[in-house]
Structures are given as structure tokens and as C-alpha cells.
Design a protein around this ligand. Structure first.
Ligand code: ATP
Ligand code: MG
Length: 389
């Protein structure tokens, strides 16, 4: 076990890292964050912020020299850096898991080898492949860059095979996957933690609604049959086992109208759809990450009350000014989280709010309604703010 006051290293300084830092420091650990952004949400709360890029060998060496274990809050750590670090310090999850999650082609091949169902897809790695792409399934489809996509960025819808080459050019002719568009019944996700001995704990399944390719609202419990819930958990655990994973892992699923459960993608870190655990579960995904990478016992993750998690995007900050949170904060069931980002931009995740329902109830409709009301109130402010000047 890695015990406090050991130093934990963190690659990435975003909001996911901010909560990891808070959890770790709460438990008496020291946290060193590596991130090139001087205003990074986690860097501001860390014991030490190594202000450097992820390829900076000097900074990586400092992290390796001081940290008892290093983990990540974002998957796009260059493979060479991850491997270099792993030769010098415990890196959890390991470079193999990171490399699977950072490339959609590698990820889909890995999932299929593991016997996990994914949407029909084709690799499109060059112009010739783009021109020749005639899958044996039907369109519409989505062309997605294999690397570095997030929040729906790096994706172009394609309605027929003739459009693949055009979409490929629009995406900059980088390696892509062509993925069939699934008729969705719902989207759900499973966040789990796995310790160094392979013991696993799943968080309750979340149901996720997106707007404009970005997560808008998660509700827990998800409105799915018990068998679907059990299947999602089993698939997520199977993936973690195949990766011999240590840390927190998120698995995003499509529940197709046909009833089939398909894996969309995996994230080797805590996940936006797991933010509800900060207020509605006996342990947060971030404390569980600390516990998993340090080899402590994982906490049984039990839902305390139904919950709706609403993302607060920069669109709600007209002219860069914070919205009026007075109505939101006058409700005791609405728990506000802001990430301390100094600059708001449309689509940028600035914070979220967890709206709690009544403990013991099994349905999240009431917190979902309140979350949507709060969102409408904040947006009313957004248009007022714009009108005022
Ligand atoms: P994030 O960072 O939010 O996870 P991302 O950029 O990695 O997003 P995806 O998860 O691939 O992108 O897609 C974002 C959303 O777009 C999905 O959650 C889903 O709502 C929709 N989507 C993506 N691919 C498909 C598909 N094949 N069929 C139907 N909907 C899709
Ligand atoms: Mg996704």
C-alpha cells in the first residue's frame, strides 16, 4: 500500500484532476500535477504544479523521482512519455491501457478481440481507403479521427459511401474510423475501479443525454432493465480484466433500439458521467481512483439518492461573466461545482451541478426535472446578459 503522506503524481490538470487532487489531499497525500496550462484547475490546488508539456523529460524525471505512483486524468499522454515514465515509477493505469484508449482503431480491435460488441466500423487510414470505403453495412455513418477527439470534435457525418473521401479531407487526412450510426434507445456508462490485485467495484450505471455532441445530463438510476444493467457492468469488468487494469476506468455504451448493448468507447480515467458520485454515492470516483492506484481497499459504491448531473458549459457565461447562481444555490438539493477556469468559452466545461432526489426513491425523474429547470433559469440569464450588452 502507498500510504499518506506519500506524493502522488498526476498527468493532466483538468477538472478530473482537480477532484483527484482534492480527494488525495483530503486523505493526507501530496499531489504533484504535470500540465502545461498555468491556470489548470488541478495545478492550482496541487502541492506542486510542474508547468511543462507531456513530452518534457526534465519534468517527467522530476515526477518520477518524487511520486510513489503516477496516474492520469487524460488519456492523450504521448506513448513514449508513458513508457519512459513506467520504466522509472509505478504508472497506473499502465502504458498499454493508455495506448488502447487513445486510438479508436486500436481500441475497436482490442474490444472485438475481447469479444465485446461494437457498432459496425471500418478503418480509414489514407486517401485510397477513404475512396474505396464501401462497407458491407448501410449508411448513415460517422467518420471519426482515430486520435485526439473529445466532446464530439473530430467527427463528420457521412450519408453515403461517396461522402467518405470528402469527410476524410475535412478531418485533415489523418487516420480515422468510419462508424455506422446506431439508432439509439439510450446511452449509458459504467465507471469502475480496479485495484492492483484485480478486485473491482462498479459505480451505478448512468444514463447520459448529449447535446451538440457534448454530455448535457446524466441520470442515475438509468432507465434500463436489470439485465441490461448487469450486462453493462459485466462487459466493463471484462474490459478491465483484459487490460489487467489498475485505476478508474469508464466505459461508454450505446443501447441500440434493437436491444443490443454496444461499447462506444473507453476512457482510462474518471469520467464526466461519473461526477454524480461526488454527492450521491458513498464514495466518489476520485477517491476510488486514489484508493485503487495506492492499493487501498476500494469502498463499496452505493447510491445514496437518485441524482441528475447537469453540465455547465461556457455558453452560460455571457461575455465571460459568471451566471447568476442565486436561484440554484437557494435550493438545498442542488450541489454546485465550479472548476475555477478563468476563461469561459462556448462548449467549455466550466462546472456541473448535482441535483439530489429523495433517498430511497428508485427513479431520478424529479431531480432531472429540477436540473432542467435550473438550466432554463441559467439560460434565461444568458439571453438577458447578451441583451443587456
Ligand atoms: P466524449 O469526449 O464526450 O466522450 P467523443 O468526442 O469521444 O465524445 P463519441 O463518444 O464517439 O465522441 O461521440 C459523442 C456522442 O455522439 C456519443 O455519445 C453519441 O451521442 C453520438 N454518437 C457517436 N457515435 C455514434 C454512433 N455511431 N451512433 C449514434 N450516435 C453516435
Ligand atoms: Mg464519448
Amino acid at each position: 500500500m502507498i500510504l499518506p503522506p506519500a506524493t502522488l503524481g498526476l498527468l493532466g490538470g483538468g477538472q478530473l484532476g482537480r477532484y483527484f487532487t482534492i480527494s488525495a489531499r483530503n486523505m493526507g497525500y501530496r499531489v504533484w500535477v504535470l500540465d502545461p496550462d498555468p491556470d489548470s484547475p488541478a495545478g492550482r490546488l496541487a502541492d506542486r504544479h510542474l508547468l511543462a508539456g507531456f513530452e518534457d523529460r526534465g519534468a517527467l524525471a522530476e515526477l518520477a523521482a518524487h511520486a510513489a505512483v503516477v496516474t492520469c486524468e487524460f488519456e492523450n499522454v504521448p506513448a513514449a512519455s508513458a513508457e519512459w515514465l513506467a520504466e522509472r515509477v509505478l504508472l497506473r493505469p499502465d502504458p498499454g491501457a493508455l495506448s488502447v484508449a487513445q486510438d479508436r482503431i486500436v481500441e475497436k480491435r482490442f474490444l472485438q478481440d475481447a469479444g465485446v460488441a461494437v457498432a459496425p466500423w471500418l478503418p480509414v487510414e489514407d486517401v485510397d481507403a477513404a475512396r474505396a470505403a464501401v462497407p458491407d453495412w448501410s449508411f448513415p455513418a460517422i467518420l471519426k479521427t482515430a486520435r485526439l477527439g473529445y466532446d464530439g470534435k473530430g467527427q463528420v457525418p457521412v450519408s453515403a459511401s461517396g461522402g467518405v473521401a470528402r469527410a476524410f479531407r475535412r478531418l485533415g487526412e489523418v487516420p480515422c474510423v468510419l462508424e455506422q450510426r446506431v439508432d439509439l434507445e439510450r446511452e449509458v456508462s459504467v465507471v469502475l475501479a480496479r485495484d492492483p490485485d484485480g478486485r473491482c467495484r462498479c459505480f451505478p450505471v448512468a444514463e447520459n443525454a448529449h447535446r451538440g455532441g457534448i454530455l448535457h445530463l446524466s441520470r442515475v438510476p438509468a432507465r434500463v432493465a436489470d439485465e441490461v444493467r448487469a450486462q453493462a457492468e459485466a462487459v466493463a469488468q471484462h474490459i478491465a480484466e483484459r487490460l489487467d487494469y489498475c485505476g478508474v476506468l469508464a466505459v461508454e455504451f450505446f443501447l441500440a433500439e434493437s436491444g443490443q448493448l454496444l461499447v462506444n468507447e473507453i476512457a482510462p480515467r474518471p469520467h464526466n458521467s461519473g461526477h454524480y458520485t461526488l454527492d450521491a454515492v458513498t464514495v466518489s470516483q476520485f477517491e476510488q481512483q486514489v484508493r485503487a492506484v495506492c492499493g487501498l481497499a476500494l469502498v463499496p459504491a452505493e447510491l445514496v439518492a437518485p441524482v441528475a448531473m447537469l453540465n455547465l458549459l461556457g455558453d452560460l457565461w455571457p461575455n465571460g461573466d459568471a451566471p447568476d447562481f442565486s436561484r440554484l444555490l437557494s435550493r438545498g438539493r442542488a450541489r454546485l461545482h465550479l472548476y475555477g477556469k478563468p476563461e469561459a468559452r462556448p462548449g467549455r466545461k466550466m462546472g456541473h451541478v448535482n441535483v439530489l432526489g429523495v433517498p430511497g426513491e428508485t427513479d431520478a425523474s424529479q431531480p432531472v426535472r429540477l436540473a432542467e429547470t435550473l438550466w432554463a433559469e441559467l439560460r434565461a440569464f444568458e439571453t438577458e446578459g447578451v441583451a443587456d450588452g
